[in-house]
Ligand binder design. Structure first.
Ligand code: ATP
Ligand code: MG
Length: 284
């Protein structure tokens, strides 16, 4: 990946739209499929366009290919057939201005011997960012996730939720345009998860991030997403797509609404259908 530079000004999203029609899609998955070396068909050919500014969530039973699809999008693995485009170009252009991405894994994967600020600084060091630019960028990313008072702490002195905040700060410090998250809050209690979800949606909105998010939580998917892709397994494929038609940025009021409950009910039914051995790949 090319150098990631911090320091672009933050600006508020000026209107209530989430996906920008005038910008190229962040990612296009063009009949991309994945057969692993041992012959496992991880993904059947997938066609998917991820618009600029979307909050797209992948949900589905274990083994349906969510992580595989995310890794294809991150270019961590290559499709066996088909191809992907990033901002209408090949992966070689990723890393340039307006085309940066960051990945957040389920485990925070922090360096245990390094303090919070050093953990957050790591991607900038790897990218050879000038010293003078690092300190303000690190401080800002730590502040964004509400950990300014803990910048000099070690990971062992933090709770699970705080460690995950550090992991998010480390992703934000690179000022990404596309944020890829694989079950980032899966190991946390529901209260902490809800708080982090609220923080994440605020960050997504303020930074105009395009986000691809993997979860097993129906509530989390409905709360966060502009669009939800339900996947089914054997082979991994898109089963159905749900658009969450609710203004952004969302707050706790949405969680308490009848609309939220209705979306969750429908998504729960679809997930049950996608989990049946006989699930068909037909999209709705
Ligand atoms: N490196 C690999 N080699 C062989 N098979 C693999 C490999 N990685 C994943 N698979 C298989 O591909 C399928 C999809 O796996 P993937 O990890 O993408 O599922 P997932 O939807 O992320 O599941 P989970 O919800 O459990 O994380 C599974 O059948 C899995 O066993
Ligand atoms: Mg997975």
């Amino acid at each position: 990946m090319k150098a990631l530079m911090p320091g672009e000004p933050l600006s508020e999203n000026p209107d209530q739209t989430t996906a920008s029609a005038d910008k190229p899609p962040a990612v296009e998955v063009l009949s991309a499929e994945k057969v692993f070396a041992n012959g496992t068909r991880g993904l059947a050919p997938i066609d998917l366009t991820i618009a600029d500014g979307e909050f797209l969530t992948l949900i589905g039973p274990s083994g349906c290919g969510k992580s595989t699809l995310l890794k294809l999008i991150a270019n961590l693995i290559e499709p066996s057939d088909g191809r992907l485009l990033w901002w209408r170009g090949e992966f070689g252009k990723v890393g340039q201005d307006g085309r940066r991405f960051a990945f957040v894994f389920q485990e925070p994967t922090l360096m245990p011997w390094a303090r919070v600020d050093a953990n957050v600084r790591l991607p900038l060091e790897l990218a050879d960012v000038a010293n003078a630019k690092m300190a303000p960028a690190v401080a800002e990313a730590i502040e964004r996730v509400g950990l300014s008072k803990f910048a000099r702490h070690f990971p062992r002195q933090l709770s699970g939720g705080m460690k995950m905040r550090v992991s998010i700060a480390r992703a934000l410090v690179t000022n990404p345009n596309l944020l890829l998250m694989d079950e980032p809050f899966g190991a946390l209690d529901e209260f902490t998860r809800n708080n982090l979800d609220a923080d994440l949606i605020r960050l997504w909105w303020e930074r105009k991030l395009t986000t691809v998010f993997v979860t097993h939580s129906i509530y989390e998917a409905v709360f966060l997403s502009t669009r939800i892709i339900v996947m089914a397994a054997n082979p991994g494929r898109i089963f159905r797509t749900m658009t969450i038609d609710e203004p952004q940025p969302r707050d706790e009021g949405f969680r308490d609404s009848a609309k939220f409950a209705a979306y969750c009910r429908e998504l729960s039914t679809w997930l049950a259908e996608a989990s049946l051995p006989t699930a068909s790949g037909a999209a709705s």
